[in-house]
Write a new protein. Structure first.
Length: 266
């Protein structure tokens, strides 16, 4: 079944500074200095097309760092002014959408814990009505393709045509080297339903382990995914969230230089 999505091509809303497309930045904005310094180092690599940072963090369990909150929008603004990198942030409520749009964030994304809930996704979609902002939708935590498609449809029906999917892997009971199983078949299946929908791979949240990122990133490129989102922190060992999977901007640059693009079929 082909989906009825109205999609604008990726290059109409994100300027690729290098191949493959790379969105990078810390899991969480922690301090203004950490975010701005990381952004400068990422911009200097010349390989990053947008800066990501979570400021509202949907933690699975309470009592952990839940994001710096709205103040982080000002830090993102400064990072953009100083580096020229467009910014991307996760939104999980209508209020997040309103604040992010008001502060000029360039790209929004819906996180895996929001995609599972149609009420949450609809609330986000309603807040997006009339906005001309690109939105990326992560797969739901659980391996349910319909929930992923449903979320993409809700956002698209709100008039968002600058749309992409993010493949970040799926929670599983199986013992595995990965934090979230890639279940590549699911991403391929999405592609068959919506060939024009760009899919960006997130090897950071799939692996949960910085040593495995390049393996998964290469596999995503081999499967013709349109880009990568990778978490990068100026000092990963002291990161407040997802410390084991973040890489320094220098390590990210090195990792990217070893990836090869899929050769066009002749
Ligand atoms: C994130 O991008 O930092 C994040 C919380 O990811 P996910 O929604 O994929 O768990
Ligand atoms: Mn993270």
């Amino acid at each position: 079944m082909k989906l009825d999505l109205k999609i604008q091509p990726l290059d109409s809303w994100i300027k690729k500074t290098a191949e493959p497309l790379l969105i990078a930045g810390p899991c969480s904005a922690e301090t203004e200095e950490q975010l701005v310094a990381t952004a400068h180092l990422l911009a200097k690599t010349g390989k990053v097309s947008a800066l990501r940072a979570g400021i509202w963090k949907p933690r699975t369990r309470p009592g952990e760092f839940e994001g710096i909150g709205s103040i982080g929008l000002q830090w993102l603004k400064r990072a953009k002014e100083e580096t020229g990198l467009p910014t991307a942030v996760e939104v999980a409520t209508a209020k997040h959408v309103e604040e992010a749009l008001a502060s000029g964030v360039d790209i929004l994304w819906v996180g895996a814990r929001s995609t599972v809930n149609p009420f949450t996704v609809q609330e986000i979609a309603d807040a997006l009505q009339g906005a001309d902002v690109p939105v990326m939708v992560k797969n739901p935590v659980n391996p349910d393709l319909s929930l992923w498609i449903g979320a993409l449809e809700r956002i698209n029906r709100a008039g968002i045509t600058k749309l992409a999917a993010i493949h970040r892997g799926f929670s599983s009971f199986e013992k595995s080297a990965f934090r979230n199983e890639p279940m590549w078949d699911l991403a391929i299946n999405l592609k068959t339903h919506a060939p024009e929908l760009p899919i960006i791979n997130d090897p950071s949240h799939i692996t949960g382990n910085r040593d495995l990122i390049s393996y998964v990133a290469q596999k995503a490129l081999d499967m013709d995914m349109q880009g990568l989102m990778i978490e990068s922190h100026i000092d990963p060992s002291v990161a407040w969230t997802d410390a084991a999977q973040q890489v320094t901007p220098a390590a990210l640059s090195e990792l990217m230089s070893h990836l090869t693009l899929r050769k066009p079929e002749i």
